[in-house]
Design a protein around this ligand. Structure first.
Ligand code: DX5
Ligand code: ZN
Length: 221
């Protein structure tokens, strides 16, 4: 399972708003809608004020899904745990620039572990903070909410950074957006140059997940 080459719009459902007691089934439903990526939000109660899942859950889910496991590490010491996530079956690993003292080294390590690498920046973090490392990544993740919770309101000012990131990385690096993405906001971020759209609440809070995914796809056309 490999992150698709840049150049296509991909929806990456975030399981944060899914039924955690039925995760494998929930992932199965979005897989049947034809998505290629599922976004797994990992929170440590330290970098963000919430706690979710870790490598043991990811390892169990791996047996039930062929989707690209896009692991968004909202944790204080990503370098310490990267190997554990790779071993559990994460295909793409994103860490926050706010948490990494040697981001270049960690990107290198992720590649050596056989994963694609992502760097993420919080809404208040300027693009300059990732200027050097963004071109080394396979995907850059721009947060359009404060990380920690689903179903928050989209921050239009933070989304504007996407255009700046696109200028730095060119066409070959994916740009993912996370937070408040729905059929209304998706075309805005695609207009700025994003190609990978994380959506939690807009998919898993709806009774028909497949229709919800299709609504976002349609809105981007
Ligand atoms: C927030 C997470 C997101 C979250 C997005 O900290 O990183 O992935 O699930 O949720 P929505 O789409 O509901 O804003
Ligand atoms: Zn996320």
């Amino acid at each position: 399972m490999r992150l698709p080459e840049a150049g296509t719009i991909e929806i990456a459902p975030s399981i944060l708003s899914a039924d955690f007691a039925r995760l494998a089934d929930e992932i199965g439903v979005v897989e049947s809608a034809g998505v290629k990526i599922v976004h797994l939000d990992v929170m440590d109660g330290h970098f963000v004020p919430n706690i979710t899942i870790g490598p043991p859950v990811i390892a169990k889910l791996r047996k039930y899904s062929n989707l690209v496991f896009d692991s968004h590490l909202m944790i204080s010491e990503p370098g310490k745990y990267a190997g554990r996530f790779a071993e559990a079956g994460a295909n793409h690993i994103t860490f926050h620039i706010e948490t990494a003292s040697e981001p270049e080294k960690l990107i290198d390590e992720l590649h050596q572990l056989g994963c694609t690498a992502g760097i993420c920046l919080n809404p208040e973090t300027p693009v300059e903070a990732i200027e050097k490392v963004a071109p080394l990544c396979d995907m850059v993740l721009v947060m359009t909410v404060h990380p920690g919770f689903g179903a928050q309101e989209f921050m239009p000012e933070a989304a504007k950074k996407i255009a700046q990131v696109r200028e730095i990385v060119g066409p070959d690096v994916r740009i993912e957006v996370d937070g408040g993405i729905d059929p209304q906001t998706a075309p805005i971020v695609v207009g700025y140059g994003a190609d990978t759209l994380v959506a939690g609440n807009a998919i898993f809070a709806k009774p028909d997940r497949i229709a919800a995914i299709n609504a976002i796809r349609e809105a981007c056309k």
